[in-house]
Design a protein around this ligand. Structure first.
Ligand code: ADP
Ligand code: MG
Length: 605
């Protein structure tokens, strides 16, 4: 097998140990273990594949699914039907089983992943119920009795009927899929997937196709479940609807959550614990209660709630903490990414004409027009609620314009747009920061910034899974490191973003925006929370960018900072532009003074 080579790939130390342990576990069938233990290990491996998909879907992508058992069912029933009724050899049914599962997941996902949060979980619950009854009703699939007499897998004349041999098949699949998944998460696509949590506004702003990423993740998780189903059918040698019901869906979710949603090895751990626990509970619970029944389902439900309430991170992070912290990932001394040309100074970059935004009866932005030229630093100021952030959101496609037009690029060849999407804006090299910082807390500063370069080099997910993206990845990370250095955060580059102070997080957002190689940089209150020295550094950086030809549009309450920095100021009040001009003129403008009089100026976010 090629796993040894993959183990050598750079990854965190506990992971390396665990992957080694998983590989050693391949020796289990050689040990003189009782058959029921080998059976349990087989079942745990099959379950681990499903949990692996859920870990990525739920823990990484933030999408909770109760429907994974359904996809196990599609994999299992496809091979059951083809290998019994149609007489196909088991191996020949693998591709059709995966293809059908993937196709169903794509259809189900296309209408479901648009939902968010609890609605998505409820949506998957509905699918789980619907397909459970479908499996039990279709005559072709044996209705409630299911299909039995499924042949054992044999590959090149070697039969895997014996559980000890089957163990090798199952755990080779687990090690292979875990490796592919680790590789996927440690890549450009992995960063995009992590940024999906909490709505994906930041992912969108840097050009990630959020809808496609969510659907792709949903299908990937389903394919792992389909593979597990295929294995399960040939292990049990029979399938019936009860194997793929809601209770199974809850069990798989419990595995992912218990092990540590978001942790690849959490899936293996969770699957192991739940499978062993189920076995024990099925034996002892009826004895204690003096009745037969599926009492373990009740225990699992209670356990799921307990874990969600008391230990949301799951068990794996606690185990991993027993190892010394891994050394930070080395960033190659690379040249980074080549920059695209910046437009000549003073050419027009952006022209906003009559921008309008209504929220019901409230006109938040009312007929606002301005132009921005290459190399210009312009401030958008005004009292709280004046419409500054809304204007930013119109320029970057986060909100749809109620009226108005944007002309982006030089006056003569520029495009005039009545609407723009965040992805389009990123493609036009418009980068932004958010007033309320939007970073992935569990991801390193380096990875957060690297998300900014999403559109600059584009190794795809398949390439990443096979680890063929290392050259591109090194360049992306080198570029991210360069931008981190520019904002003065080298010391914290390898720390988790959620360990930083607010001022530093704002600088991380600026580094991420710079990683897009912008021609236009929009900063929403960048100096709020910054210390004096950091403000000075930020001012220098923005002047440097302006010198290079980048246009900067900045919303800021710190008037000293603004007055010393910007070339021009636009003042908004109640959504309207009330003044525009050089800082010295604006400071004396009667309309501006009136707007600010009696308005308590606040300096924080
Ligand atoms: P600023 O950034 O200048 O402080 P905003 O642009 O955030 O102001 O808000 C302008 C006005 O629009 C405020 O009255 C605010 O309450 C309202 N507003 C902003 N976003 C929304 C929204 N998504 N839905 C409804 N009203 C909003
Ligand atoms: Mg604001």
């Amino acid at each position: 097998m090629t796993t040894t080579k993959r183990i050598d790939a750079p990854m965190m130390k506990p992971r390396r140990v665990a992957l080694l342990a998983a590989s050693c576990a391949l020796a289990v069938p050689l040990l003189p273990l009782p058959e029921y233990l080998v059976n349990l290990a087989d079942l745990a491996g099959i379950a681990a594949l499903v949990a692996l998909g859920l870990v990525v879907l739920t823990g990484v992508g933030g999408m909770t699914s109760f429907a994974q058992a359904v996809f196990v069912g599609f994999g299992a029933y496809t091979t059951a039907y083809l290998s019994t009724v149609q007489g196909w050899t088991p191996l020949a049914t693998l591709l059709p089983a995966l293809a059908l599962t993937g196709a169903v997941a794509w259809l189900v996902g296309a209408v479901t992943v648009r939902l968010s949060g609890h609605f998505l979980a409820l949506g998957t619950l509905a699918w789980a119920v619907a397909f459970f009854y479908l499996f039990g009703t279709v005559p072709m699939l044996g209705q409630h009795t299911g299909i039995s007499g499924i042949p054992a897998v044999s590959i090149a004349g070697v039969s895997f009927a014996d559980p000890r041999r089957f163990y090798l098949l199952v755990w080779a699949a687990v090690v292979g899929c875990a490796t592919l998944t680790i590789n996927l998460l440690d890549s450009r696509s992995g960063r995009a997937l992590r940024a999906l949590r909490g709505g994906g506004a930041a992912a969108r702003a840097f050009g990630v196709n959020v809808g496609a990423a969510k659907l792709g993740l949903f299908v990937y998780a389903a394919l792992l479940a389909g593979l597990a189903g295929w294995l399960l059918a040939h292990f049990q040698r029979s399938v019936s609807p009860s194997m793929f019901g809601i209770n199974a869906g809850v069990e798989y979710l419990l595995m992912a959550v218990l092990g540590g949603a978001g942790q690849v090895f959490g899936a293996l751990l969770g699957a192991g614990i739940v499978v062993v626990l189920r076995e024990q509970l099925q034996v002892y619970l009826p004895q204690w209660l003096g009745q037969t029944g599926n009492f373990e389902t009740v225990v699992f439900g209670a356990l799921l709630l307990t874990v969600l309430l008391a230990a949301r991170e799951g068990l794996w992070p606690r185990l991993a903490a027993l190892w010394p912290a891994p050394p930070p990932r080395a960033v190659a001394q690379d040249t980074g990414l080549s920059r695209l040309a910046l437009p000549e100074r003073d050419t027009q970059l952006l022209r906003a004409r009559g921008l309008c935004k209504r929220f019901g009866g409230l006109v938040a932005v009312n007929d606002v027009s301005f132009t921005l030229r290459a190399g210009e630093i312009m401030a958008l100021i005004g009292p709280n609620g004046a419409g500054k952030s809304t204007t930013f959101n119109l320029l970057t496609g986060v909100l749809a314009m109620t009226g108005g037009q944007l002309q982006i690029g030089p006056e003569t060849q520029g495009r005039t747009l009545d609407s723009i999407t965040p992805q389009q804006a990123a493609g036009l090299r418009i980068a932004r920061t958010f007033q309320h910082v939007k970073l992935v807390g569990a991801m390193s500063v380096l990875d957060n910034v690297a998300l900014g370069a999403h559109l600059r080099l584009r190794p795809g997910p398949l390439v990443a899974m096979l680890r063929l993206d290392r050259r591109a990845e090194a360049r992306i990370l080198a570029e991210a490191a360069r931008q981190i250095e520019r904002v003065g955060l080298v010391e914290v580059m390898h720390q988790r973003a959620d360990s930083l102070a607010l001022g530093q997080l704002r600088l991380v957002e600026i580094a991420r925006a710079l990683a897009l190689d912008p021609v236009l940089l929009l900063l929403d209150e960048p100096a709020a929370g910054l210390r004096f020295k950091e403000k000075v550094l930020l001012g220098q950086l923005l002047r440097q960018l302006s010198h290079e030809g980048v246009a900067v549009l900045i919303v800021e309450h710190d008037m000293d900072f603004v007055m010393n920095l910007v070339h021009r100021i636009v003042v908004l009040d109640f959504g309207r532009c009330i003044a525009e001009g050089e800082p010295t003129r604006i400071a004396k403008d009667p309309a501006v003074l009136a707007a600010y009089l009696g308005v308590a100026e606040e300096s924080g976010p």
